[in-house]
Design a protein around this ligand. Structure first.
Ligand SMILES: [Zn+2]
Length: 327
């Protein structure tokens, strides 16, 4: 389905990038291999995509290597729903990510949303446009087997690996994977490249703080959850975006505007030109507003998606027929 490749960033360290822009669900994964041991970082969204990734991983590591350890950066389905393709695998995650799994829609719920929601209405159209390419049938959601809080260190062959808990930020249970000797960080969805992020937990200040922690580790390369591999300068630019968005939210919240109106205004201004999926601003700004309102209730995910869908629906028709094939 996707044109993909496994890119070597340093000896034994690979990023698998599905190679799409302006689309949901096609997350990057990582692969670490050293001296007959391996580590998978996140799995793709579906069994089919996961098999593509694992075939590529085995082709660089050798078919005999046991793929028996996976780190999941957070509990969103596009990073975890391929786990069933690795039966018996040890799955590392934060303890908070384990609890977050119950908030996620299940694969069968998402499948029903794609096929049972009216495609003549914004939400149904948006789900089909962005999620209709995935097959979520028969997915079993597997929980992590090893959870931690704070920090967890181990080795893959000769390669030291550090897991740093940075949530709540993108979700309640985020972690980043730091490979200190190679100076590489796999950031999960703390960081998006190329598209607007959709941050569900927040606030934005915590996401910016997590990015600052990544910079403190002095990496040479940062692999975001989605989009191309970044340099520290790219990450600084992303922090500037997060800070500006937090400022805009503060001002417009103070003016009594809704989060959705604030998103529409920023899109009309073309404030963040060049970033894909601007309708996601409605999601991230709604997250920020919940913090400004000190509203501790769990977000209504369907309502957030509906806001985003309505913004995308009302954009010029050229965007509505945005190609979903690789560019
Ligand atoms: Zn993701």
């Amino acid at each position: 389905m996707a044109t993909t490749h496994l890119k070597q960033i340093a000896p034994g360290i690979f990023a698998w990038q599905p190679g799409y822009e302006a689309t949901w669900g096609l997350a990057n994964c990582g692969f670490v291999v050293s001296e007959g041991q391996a580590l998978v970082i996140d799995t793709p969204y579906t069994p089919v995509l996961t098999d593509v990734f694992l075939t590529a991983a085995r082709s660089v590591a050798g078919h005999d290597i046991p793929l028996d350890r996976v780190v999941v950066t957070h509990a969103n389905g596009d990073h975890t729903w391929g786990l069933q393709q690795l039966p018996g695998v040890d799955v590392y995650a934060t303890h908070a990510a384990l609890e977050h799994q119950c908030l996620e829609p299940r694969p069968e719920q998402l499948q029903a949303l794609i096929y049972d929601t009216d495609p003549g209405q914004p939400l149904g159209w948006y789900f089909q446009e962005h999620f209709g390419k995935f097959d979520f049938a028969g997915i079993e959601v597997l929980p992590p087997t090893t959870t931690f809080t704070g920090r967890y260190d181990f080795e893959v062959g000769q390669i030291p690996v550090e897991l740093h808990e940075v949530g709540p930020a993108h979700t309640v249970g985020d972690l980043i994977v730091h490979l200190p000797e190679q100076r590489i960080v796999f950031a999960g969805d703390i960081v998006f490249a190329g598209d607007h992020p959709s941050h569900w937990a927040g606030p934005l200040e915590r996401i910016a703080a997590a990015c600052a922690r990544i910079l403190d580790l002095a990496p040479e390369w940062i692999v975001p959850g989605h989009g191309p591999v970044m340099t520290p300068d790219d990450l600084r630019e992303y922090i500037t975006y997060l800070d500006d968005l937090a400022d805009q939210a503060y001002v417009m919240h103070g003016q009594g505007r809704t989060a959705v109106d604030a998103a529409r205004i920023l899109i009309k201004e073309d404030r963040y030109a060049g970033l894909g999926l601007p309708e996601r601003l409605a999601i991230t700004l709604s997250t920020q507003y919940r913090h400004l309102d000190q509203d501790a209730a769990a977000p209504n995910l369907l309502e957030l998606m509906d806001h985003a869908a309505r913004i995308a629906w009302n954009r010029p028709s050229a965007n509505r027929s945005r190609p979903t094939t690789p560019r």
